[in-house]
Design a protein around this ligand. Sequence first.
Ligand code: OAD
Length: 248
Amino acid sequence: MNELIKKAAKDIAGARSVVALTGAGISVDSGIPPFRGKGGVWEKIDPDYADIDRFMRDPADVWNVLIKDMKELIDRATPNDGHKGLATLEELGKLHTVITQNVDGLHQMAGNKDVIEFHGSFAWQRCMACEKKCKTSDIDLSEIPPRCECGGIYRPEVIFFGEMIPHDALFRSREIASQCDVMLVVGTSAIVHPAAIMPVVAKQSGAKIIEINPERTPLTGNTSDYLIMGKAGQVMNGIIDELKRLNG
Ligand code: OAD
């Protein structure tokens, strides 16, 4: 792993533009479980709960089973060394954009300025009747589903399965992926599309793809140039230390 960390630091040091694509794995050490794999949300809950049809059919059930718990976990979470490492890469003038599938806001909390929230943001709710937006922290959860003063039901401003990715997020991500020369793919199983095509777009445009994940993914061994097998925080700490050493 150490050799690969040194290699990654060298690749980043020599890059003009580095972009990161992140997934649930980067927030695991902040206490937010991933969706898939051991300890994942879908081990306990049917993934159908993340489907927009299910939400529309029975919003109270989806709020009770999935969204309320998510709110509690996100409320408590703070950035870990993985998020902080990406923020440091931005400070060092290397990383310019984070494309994240996460809705927890931890990249912004860590200090990254340009974050594309590919699957929306849990920080906001939208009334399904009058479209009014409300901060999730201001929502009254004494009644489930929570309601707007107009009587409409609130939904989180996140993308459910079966919904389109916002045009701007999709368009900008593709553009940025096609322009970077290194893409760090951190903590994603890389199986949910269209987010998972971003490393392919970057690769086809000539970028080097570096994966950071304790497990192999469908990108490993083909789209990605190499996989640094480890936890996001630990690996990012190693990369930052090595980069600082290279910069003297
Ligand atoms: P997944 O839960 O599918 O994958 C998490 C990945 O993180 C796995 O590859 C793990 O091996 C890895 N991982 C676990 N712990 C880690 C750690 N400490 N450091 C680094 N990596 C670690 O999460 P995503 O790929 O983000 O979409 O899932 C994509 C989308 O599927 C989510 O955005 C969500 C979900 O359904 C929607 O809700 C639309």
